[in-house]
Write a protein that binds this ligand. Structure first.
Ligand code: ADP
Length: 437
């Protein structure tokens, strides 16, 4: 359609200039006539350009005047472009409003922080949780939330890392999650986890209270059963088996209650871990002695291999309980005569304690779940050993309190290795190396 118009225009132009040339030739004014017509033509183009520029200045608000020829096409094109731009703009505005409404209706807070750590934007939830005011834009977040541990976490700027704190004024428990945002900015997600914490606290209180309440009757039961056992000759022989079974089950219950209470204590221990200097080789020496006693007639070969003099800063009691759990498990899940090695060595900047055995091993699908409470790879075998199913959960909690981590490697039928890695920040390397067997 436009092409036809253009062709017609060019045809008319050619005919017009031909007519001018012929007229010029016949009248003898060829050059003056041509110059005159070209001048007028140029003038007409100048006028059109002038109108176009005028209109472009008010492009957004006024309609173009009617143009002729190519100028008409240009104005048409610009006019249509403007209309489509407007429609697109309206669509984008609507989308933006929808996104804004969605973000504002979130119950979780969102905060955009610039590369320099200054507040750029936040939603209503974040404003309510942290009490920001309009003129806080451009302020450093660490000027408004001054908790030193929060400031330290904020400066680490690790992706997806969380930090939990109680807001000093509202006393709400807030969890911050750090995320990357566009153009080097950061997006902090703030969640109010007060209710979750309360439920967690209720669960822990319930377990702590129930364990505590069970302890007294169990102690009484244990006392009477010991009395019966000591005087078993005076009792009818058919009661002996029942007494033995009651004693072993009561012992299991006492172990379970003790482990539950220990776990609750570890869960609730918000305080810093004691900063005792723990002589790990000496501790392992004692634990190996206990393990030999536990092994008894099973006669496991229990070896110590201490290749570093590094000591750990932490709680000796907690570490003793965690390491004992690993070593006693090795005894319980290794066939008689099997080999158990406790090694303490340096790996890069870390020190690691490994407890290896050549026992029954663990199936690969069980390994990730072993540190869950009451998870047992082989429930039958575990109850035979008198295990509570809480040992590795205690190990995991204790190690976390010491900034350490647990790695489990195992091959069914061949054996397992449980390794605890302690970071350099927890190690004390000074002092003479004690001598061990
Ligand atoms: P339990 O009291 O049942 O031993 P733990 O939490 O200490 O509970 O261990 C969880 C489970 O992990 C055990 O039931 C057992 O199946 C498995 N396990 C732990 N240590 C070993 C090991 N050295 N060899 C094989 N299996 C093990």
């Amino acid at each position: 359609m436009q092409n036809d118009r253009r062709k017609r225009l060019y045809r008319r132009l050619i005919l017009f200039y031909l007519a001018v040339l012929v007229t010029g030739y016949w009248t003898g004014y060829f050059w003056p006539l041509l110059a005159c017509v070209l001048g007028l033509h140029l003038f007409w183009y100048m006028v059109q350009i002038h109108w176009l520029l005028d209109w472009l200045h008010e492009f957004e608000t006024t309609e173009p005047h009617r143009g002729h020829g190519v100028w008409g096409d240009i104005l048409d094109y610009l006019w249509r472009f403007r209309r489509s731009q407007r429609t697109e703009l309206r669509r984008l505005e609507k989308n933006l409003q929808r996104v804004e409404k969605t973000v504002e209706s979130l119950s979780d807070g969102l905060i955009v922080i610039t590369r320099q750590g200054e507040l750029q934007w936040w939603n209503v939830a974040a404003q309510q949780m942290l009490g920001f005011r309009g003129d806080d834009i451009g302020q450093a977040l660490t000027n408004l939330v001054r908790d030193p541990r929060f400031v330290n976490w904020f400066h680490q700027n690790r992706r997806h890392q969380t930090y939990v704190m109680t807001h000093p004024r509202s006393l709400r428990v807030l969890q911050f999650t750090n995320n990357r945002h566009a153009a080097g900015n950061r997006l902090l997600l703030v969640q109010d986890i007060t209710r979750l914490r309360q439920l967690e606290q209720m669960r822990q209180d319930f377990v702590a209270n129930a364990s505590h309440e069970l302890r007294t009757p169990l102690t009484v039961l244990q006392g009477y059963l010991e009395g019966f056992s000591d005087n078993r000759e005076s009792l009818p022989p058919r009661t002996h088996r029942a007494i033995d079974q009651m004693q072993s089950q009561t012992r299991r219950m006492v172990n379970l209650v003790n482990d539950l209470m220990l776990l609750t204590r570890l869960d609730n221990a918000d305080d810093q871990v004691p900063q005792e200097v723990v002589d790990v080789p000496e501790l392992l020496e004692q634990i190996a002695g206990d393990a030999r006693e536990l092994s008894g007639e099973k006669a496991h070969e229990i070896r110590l291999d201490c290749a570093t003099k590094a000591r750990v800063r932490g709680s000796e009691n907690e570490l003793r309980s965690a390491f004992s759990n690993l070593v006693f498990n090795a005894v319980n899940y290794t066939q008689p005569g099997g080999e158990i090695v406790l090694s303490w060595r340096q790996e890069g900047t870390k020190a690691c304690l490994a407890v290896s055995d050549n026992g029954i091993g663990i199936a690969p699908q069980d390994i990730p779940r072993l540190t869950e409470r009451f998870y047992r790879a082989d429930p039958g075998r575990s109850s035979e050993t008198g295990g509570t199913g809480l040992g590795l959960a205690i190990v995991k909690n204790t190690l976390a309190r010491h900034d350490a981590s647990l790695e489990i490697k195992s091959t069914p039928g061949k054996g397992s290795t449980f390794t605890c890695y302690f970071p350099a920040s927890r190690l004390v390397k000074t002092g003479p190396m004690p001598q061990y067997r």
